[in-house]
Ligand binder design. Structure first.
Ligand SMILES: CC(C)(COP(=O)(O)OP(=O)(O)OC[C@H]1O[C@@H](n2cnc3c(N)ncnc32)[C@H](O)[C@@H]1OP(=O)(O)O)[C@@H](O)C(=O)NCCC(=O)NCCS
Length: 155
């Protein structure tokens, strides 16, 4: 994992982050998770939510987050998003690298995720991290019946 810039920090999400995480979630997805769904992740032993923050004159600003499960020896990434105003500045990569580093520390064998077939930005991010497409779930997403690409990475 690359060194973070001095004005960037990574940490686990806490309840007080919920409004900032939900603001990004609503901006990022046509079919966003509910506040209750995200809140529940904070209570599950197997779930972790990581956030990346950047220092600004107004204080630390939440820029990106990732939600993942650690089950047996696998990491499953459920949700990743970057604030729409600061995309393409490396926050998505940094939070994903932290997810994968956690998996390695926990001696996981594999990381898996699903991504919409049309999501070029996310596909490019995951490919650049070493994920490879291993299959398809046809009509997986209920809102528009879009296919999901199943991706895995050997850790
Ligand atoms: C996917 C997402 C999380 C990427 O976050 P980000 O902070 O903008 O990504 P980064 O700046 O870390 O980009 C890392 C790499 O991903 C790829 N990438 C990111 N955005 C891209 C885009 N719009 N087009 C093509 N490649 C892109 C590039 O390879 C990029 O590296 P580079 O900038 O050195 O070329 C962000 O676009 C997002 O929140 N999208 C909406 C939510 C979403 O689709 N989440 C994924 C669900 S599976």
């Amino acid at each position: 994992m690359r060194q973070l810039a001095p004005d960037v920090r990574l940490r686990k999400m806490v309840l007080a982050d919920l409004p900032a995480v939900m603001a990004i979630e609503h901006q990022a997805f046509s079919n966003p998770w509910s506040t209750e769904m995200v809140r529940k992740e904070l209570t599950q032993d197997w779930s972790t939510v990581l956030v990346v923050e950047e220092s600004s004159p107004a204080g630390w600003q939440l820029r990106a987050f990732a939600i993942f499960w650690l089950v047996a020896d696998e990491i499953h990434v459920l949700n990743v998003a970057t604030d729409g105003a600061v995309r393409r500045r490396g926050f998505g990569r940094q939070v994903m690298e932290a997810v994968l580093a956690t998996g390695k520390t926990q001696k996981c064998r594999l990381a898996t995720l699903e991504v919409r077939r049309s999501n070029e930005a996310a596909l490019a991010l995951y490919n650049s991290l070493g994920f490879r497409a291993v299959g398809m779930r046809p009509s997986y997403y209920q809102d528009n019946r879009e296919d999901a690409v199943i991706m895995i990475l050997d850790l």
